[in-house]
Write a protein that binds this ligand. Structure first.
Ligand code: SF4
Length: 460
């Protein structure tokens, strides 16, 4: 564990600006206009031509019992279980529509259920969803299955069902234990509920438990966040994520209930992050990329050490699966160098599927330049380095040959002490890790820093 650098107010002032988290490149707002279903079908056709390539699946389950003020997800509030049954009908139909192009029985090595709140589904609905996916795909016996769980509505029986179905990874939403913060974000979650969920998962023997925290929330201060962190560390989860709160009420209207006068200012946000890193590293966690922490024997920490970490819409992952098929409202897929996103409105998503149409509304086919920049950004965000010799035969050169302008900008970051030169490699320093998004932005050909209504959180 190294001594963390001091981030001066001046440095913060110069570089703290809205910027993407780069779970994709290009980021969703930059995707090209005019993407059509035919483009998606073409990408699916390419997947079909590689029948031995394994697949990853993402399933979006959007339902929640109420909308948290801070939420940035595509979620739908309902109290009615039958709405889920109707949604599952459409999900299965969507799977059939996609598989008509890809072929049945494809091998799946990874699956993630996200939301919304996947555990809004009752046990019969969970079994039904898993059942029809297992009928349509061939799950590898060692496939990694993961699910996001809201402890407020979780039960030991639910966890037992996930475990029996083969889920080994659980991610529990916590955000912050402090009652004033919970009140301010419209999410009351007594600590006991989180502890009960955590204990149930440990008792069942899940391989990996992740806890999600958020910093930059209203009412948060160093004293209260320290207390949350200490309690989380005492549980010793395998992974901890500390996401930066992005206040963008012009995109997420539910955030208008967040009182901006109670949001921590930039220096406080930095102190919260700084403290989180300090406490987590002192407890033995490895800082992964932007906002993840993992125990040294966790897959993510090992993948970082072996420089084979990857990043996708779910965050960091220990292996790269060439194609991610995504199902459900607003779900984002990544296949055959093409991103696709489904309709984010429940009604129109279901209507499209009922009409026998793929419910895709936007997408982006990566150009050669996009793929090269994505490679550089992923290297930075995951492996904290930029090999000068990073090249693939198809690109026909090194990064400096092919992207001279962004590579020239790296000189500034070397002067700032964010990068060091190590042979042919530019290595991100600990100081640079705080500004990872700023470094990555130099490679982004689409990002407009002058955007008056930013879509992204601030970089630190
Ligand atoms: S934060 Fe989670 S539980 Fe709250 S509304 Fe969003 S998706 Fe639902």
């Amino acid at each position: 564990m190294s001594q963390l650098p001091v981030i001066t107010p001046e440095l913060l002032h110069r570089y703290n600006r809205p910027g993407p988290r780069y779970t994709s490149y290009p980021t969703v707002p930059a995707w090209a206009d005019g993407f059509t279903t035919a483009d998606y079908v073409q990408a699916l056709g390419q997947v079909a031509q590689q029948p031995d390539e394994p697949l990853a699946l993402y399933v979006h389950l959007p339902f929640c019992v109420e909308r948290c003020h801070y939420c940035g997800c595509n979620a739908t509030v309902t109290r009615h279980a039958h709405v889920v049954d109707t949604y599952l009908d459409r999900l299965e139909r969507e799977v059939e529509l996609v598989l008509a192009h890809v072929g049945h029985g494809r091998r799946v090595v990874e699956m993630h259920w996200g939301g919304g709140t996947p555990n809004f589904l009752d046990n019969a609905q969970t079994r039904r969803l898993h059942g029809f996916l297992a009928r349509h795909f061939a799950f590898d016996p060692r496939a990694e299955l993961s699910v996001e769980v809201d402890p407020r509505i979780a039960s030991p029986e639910q966890f037992a069902v996930y475990h029996a179905l083969g889920f080994q990874r659980v991610s529990l939403g916590v955000q912050d234990f402090d009652p004033a913060v919970q009140q301010a974000i419209g999410r009351i979650q007594p600590e006991a509920q989180t502890y009960a969920s955590y204990a149930a998962c440990r008792e069942l023997g899940f391989e990996s438990i992740n806890l999600d925290l958020v910093y930059g929330l209203p009412e948060q201060n160093e004293a209260t966040f320290r207390r949350t962190l200490e309690r989380i560390i005492a549980l010793a989860p395998d992974r901890i994520a500390t996401f930066a709160y992005a206040h963008v009420p012009w995109v997420r209207t539910n955030q208008k209930y967040v009182d901006v006068t109670h949001l921590p200012d930039a220096p406080t946000r930095m102190r919260l992050l700084h403290m989180a890193i300090e406490l987590l590293e002192a407890a033995g966690y490895i800082w992964i990329g932007l906002d993840h922490f993992a125990l040294p024997d966790d897959d993510l920490a090992i993948a970082l050490q072996e420089r084979r970490l990857h990043r996708n819409f779910m965050g960091y992952t220990a292996r790269r699966i060439p194609h991610v098929l995504a199902f459900g409202m607003s779900a984002i897929g990544d296949l055959a160098d093409t991103y696709v996103q489904n309709d984010a409105k429940l009604g129109s998503y279901q209507k499209a599927v009922d009409a026998g149409q793929l419910p895709v509304v936007r997408g982006h086919r990566l150009t050669t330049d996009d793929r090269l920049r994505r490679l550089a950004i992923n290297h930075l965000m995951c492996n904290l380095e930029l090999p000068e010799s990073l090249s693939l035969p198809e690109f026909g050169g090194t990064l400096s040959d092919l992207l001279p302008d962004p590579m020239a900008q790296m000189e500034t970051f070397i002067e700032e002490g964010w990068l060091t030169v190590d042979g042919e490699r530019l290595q991100v320093t600990t100081l640079g890790q705080f500004f990872l998004r700023n470094i990555a932005m130099a490679f982004d050909a689409y990002f407009d820093p002058a955007e008056s209504k930013p879509l992204f959180s601030r970089t630190v």
